[in-house]
Design a protein around this ligand. Structure first.
Ligand code: GLY
Length: 375
């Protein structure tokens, strides 16, 4: 079977360069798309229970039918799988399977599977190669691209990790057909993020067409365009600043605020990462207003767009109640803290910038506004 490829985006990183392939039905043609990376007729697919039930057979068969020996490791679905304990289990299983330096592991799943698999690949035998096959919208437009891998610790999310680029990213749009609508919407927050960072035209396009990619009968062409555009933006930023010395930090727009909300929910599924990021991006615009970088009409515009696709825009809309103190405490643990100072991405729509000079009292006010917003 030949792959139905709609777009291939190259991420130029010298010897770590790779392609991001976007199309429909690509998992069924996994062999065609990975044969250039496999150095031996051998692969291990790491996935989670939800994705395994839906797509693992298709992926395994696509490789087995081409005489590739395939082993699989299935982890529980959810953020809990990015624990030390689960990481140890995965590593032990890979060693038990006698995975060698030249073997390749394939991450078939959302952000959790991608981050965990990538970190296992980064560390196993001092580094083996891996391929990302992201199955959630969030992973397709963000976490599978750019080589950030890692697990969580009791001190916070992604505090243990490595930059380890995949050898290829294979984005199969058909994976989105089986994604719960809530997860689709949560992933959409990361799509909006690219518009807010430096691409107002894309945000305007999303205002007109975005709803067509988050509904149950989503438009394939719209999805392909938005996902391709997001991946091109991400590839451009990562190519410029692979290890987040500067511009890549812009990709954390909404994340410092969002991670605090997520941490307060203990990653128990009551608030998805993308949902937290959406609320965090509204807070980042509120911060921009307070710094005189944006005006409140921009913030209203983002809130209106989020509401038009049934997404939360403020902390006050969540059933859980939060305190400013608790959120401030989580933010102080954020991995972006530098010299004890919190780092924020803020700015007008399409003009995001990195700020390290924000007074804690302003941040407290922004949090308070979101938690007390009248909806
Ligand atoms: N998700 C942010 C980044 O990859 O840099």
């Amino acid at each position: 079977m030949m792959a139905d490829i709609m777009e291939t985006i190259h991420l130029p990183l010298g010897e770590r360069s790779y392609d991001i392939v976007i199309g429909a039905g690509l998992v069924g043609t996994l062999y065609d798309l990975t044969k250039d990376v496999l150095k031996r007729p051998r692969a291990v697919i790491i996935t989670d229970e939800n994705v395994a039930a839906l797509h693992l057979n298709t992926a395994v068969e696509a490789l087995k039918n081409n005489d590739i020996k395939v082993d699989t490791i299935t982890v529980p679905a959810g953020e809990g799988s990015k624990s030390f304990a689960n990481f140890e289990k995965v590593i032990n299983r890979l060693l038990e399977l006698e995975v060698e330096r030249k073997d390749v592991v394939i991450a078939l799943g959302g952000g959790v599977v991608g981050d965990l698999t990538g970190f296992a690949a980064a560390t196993l035998r001092r580094g083996i190669e891996f391929i990302q096959v992201p199955t959630s919208l969030l992973a397709q437009v963000d976490s599978s691209v750019g080589g950030k891998t890692g697990i969580n610790t009791k001190f916070g999310k992604n505090l243990l990790g490595a930059f380890h680029q995949p050898k290829k990213v294979i984005i199969d749009l058909e994976m989105l057909d089986t994604l719960p609508a809530r997860e689709l919407r949560a992933g959409y927050a990361e799509v909006i993020k690219y518009g807010l960072i430096d691409d107002l035209e894309f945000f305007e396009w999303l205002e007109k067409k975005g709803h067509l990619m988050v509904s149950n009968d989503a438009d394939r062409e719209i999805q392909a365009y938005a996902i391709g555009h997001s991946c091109r933006s991400k590839a451009r930023i990562v190519a410029e600043d692979e290890r987040e010395g500067g511009k890549r930090a812009l990709l954390n727009l909404g994340h410092t605020f969002g991670h605090a909300l997520e941490a307060e929910c203990a990653y128990d599924g009551t608030l998805l990462h993308g949902e937290a990021v959406a609320i965090g991006m509204v807070m980042a615009l509120d911060l921009a207003c307070k710094l005189g970088l944006a005006d409140t009409r921009e913030q209203s515009r983002l809130i209106n767009h989020l509401r038009s696709v049934d997404m939360y825009a403020t902390g006050s809309e969540l059933t859980k109640t939060f305190t400013v103190d608790a959120l401030m405490k989580h933010m102080a643990q954020d991995k972006k803290v530098e010299d004890g100072k919190m780092v924020f991405i803020t700015g007008a729509m399409g003009k995001a910038e990195v700020r390290r000079d924000i007074d804690a009292s302003i941040i407290r006010k922004v949090l308070q506004n979101s938690l007390e917003a009248v909806v």
